[in-house]
Design a protein around this ligand. Structure first.
Ligand code: FAD
Length: 413
């Protein structure tokens, strides 16, 4: 739907010939992923009646990313569109159009200029590539996912670089589709960066039982035609290579704007950048958390879903703080993993249930309180743990460690 005009005349975005400001203002949202779409939806839901534009580089209407490595890759669905009635939002929707820079009060794209009173940067993140001339695939967009799925034929040799969340989810589905899957990971355990090597090591047997070869402590030097050149001189032959070694915030187009960047667009607790009238949200934004006393850029779906509620309020004059307890989930090797909190400053790790079993939770404690929780197959632990973290209650460690006792009963206050 490139350049679709929905609900207002295109010319109305041009400056008023008489130079009068629009009393309700003009808001431009750049990035038509979940965060951008939700911002537009929330602005309308919260009563914003002024002009609104949504500009997105992808030509597809907004869609959801988590199912790309799960249901879509497995063949259960072919489309993950977010079923919003874009027409009803009364916004100028420009798809297949890329913002190139922020000028003086206007966004400049590869097609034109959009003057704004307020601007939202919601351009997400892009995958990190490895060196080398061979074909490497990524799993970020719907087009990436559809093209990759075509290659996952029974017997195909698939090499996945990186045993993080995406690598593990893709390995799960590809093995089930009959591919010979090898996951090459530079760290000493899967998920080591996000969860720590102790937790990551617990997932190693999951790979073996799914028939996936996991090679740990092995850096990849480059991607070549027909395989991976491994550090140390070895070679891994592959028909399909997927690089899943993380993403970087998509802020290249913001660099010339003078806006402070710090692992993404740096925003305060109200989601404001260092330039008045310009805000950021979603995977591209590092927001100040009063709860954790540092900037967070979680790369989680829930931030893109719920952050816009606060952002929209602030765009129309509010002063709400966005300070969530981070949450995400992953589905891998037949298990549901759910994580809530932040364990960076945790002092101790307490288990609920045996980590050798199918259902267990890992609880990180700091100062006698629950700091973070990873629940494997235990959604109730997740829900109750989330409340314990939000309320910052002191907890009784022996009750916490007893899987027969509901987690909420571990609260001391
Ligand atoms: P994006 O979804 O990246 O959207 C940004 C949009 O901006 C893109 O469409 C991009 O093309 C566009 N854009 C970029 N630059 C420009 C420009 N210059 N001009 C105009 N447009 C531009 N999270 C979880 O919590 N749980 C999960 O299980 C999970 N699974 C995932 C599986 C996959 C395969 C992927 C890729 C992500 C997953 N995530 C998951 C993460 C989650 O999907 C993201 O956190 C979320 O999509 C971020 O939304 P966003 O709108 O900030 O960014």
């Amino acid at each position: 739907m490139p350049g679709t005009m929905l609900g207002m005349a295109d010319a109305s975005w041009a400056a008023d010939p008489a130079g009068r400001p629009d009393p309700a203002g003009r808001i431009v949202v750049v990035g038509s992923g979940l965060a951008g779409l939700r911002t537009v939806e929330e602005l309308r839901a919260q009563g914003y009646a002024g002009q609104l534009a949504l500009i997105g580089a992808e030509s597809r209407p907004p869609y959801d990313r988590p199912p790309l490595s799960k249901q879509l890759m497995a063949g259960a669905v072919d489309d993950t569109s977010l079923r919003t009635e874009l027409e009803s939002l009364g916004a100028l929707v420009r798809l297949g159009e890329r913002a190139e820079r922020i000028g003086d009060g206007a966004v400049c794209t590869d097609r034109g200029e959009y003057p704004f009173d307020r601007l939202v940067i919601a351009t997400g993140a892009r995958p990190v590539a490895l060196p080398g001339p061979g074909q490497q695939r990524f799993l970020r967009t719907l087009d990436d996912a559809l093209a990759l799925r075509e290659t996952l034929l029974p017997g195909a040799r698939l090499a996945i670089v990186g045993a993080g969340w995406i690598g593990a989810e893709l390995a799960t589905v590809a093995a089930a589709r009959g591919c010979h899957v090898t996951v090459v990971e530079a760290g000493q355990a899967p998920l080591a960066v996000a969860m720590g090597a102790q937790i990551g090591a617990l997932t190693v047997p999951w790979y073996a039982s799914a028939g996936v070869d996991l090679v740990l402590g092995q850096a990849v030097e480059s991607v070549q035609d027909g395989g991976l050149a491994l550090a140390g001189g070895d070679w891994l032959a592959a028909d399909v290579i997927v690089t899943a070694v993380g993403v970087r915030p998509e802020v290249s187009w913001v660099e010339s704007s003078g806006i402070e960047l710090d692992n993404g667009v740096a925003v305060d607790a109200l989601l404001r950048t260092s330039r008045p009238g310009i805000y950021a949200i979603g995977d591209c934004a590092a927001f100040w958390s009063g709860r954790y006393q540092r900037r967070l850029r979680p790369e989680h779906w829930e931030v893109a879903l719920r952050g816009p509620v606060v952002l929209a309020a602030n765009l129309i004059g509010g002063s709400q703080r966005y300070d969530p307890v981070p949450y995400f989930w992953s589905e891998q090797f037949g298990r549901m993993l759910q994580y809530v909190g932040d364990h960076r400053n945790a002092e101790r790790l307490v288990w609920r249930g045996s980590p050798d079993g199918d259902r267990w939770s890992a609880c990180w404690l700091a100062g006698g309180r629950l700091a973070a929780l990873l629940a494997v197959g235990l959604p109730r632990d997740l829900q109750q743990g989330r409340r314990l973290i939000e309320s910052a209650s002191l907890v009784d460690e022996s009750r916490l460690a007893d899987p027969a006792v509901p987690l909420r009963a571990a609260a001391l206050e």
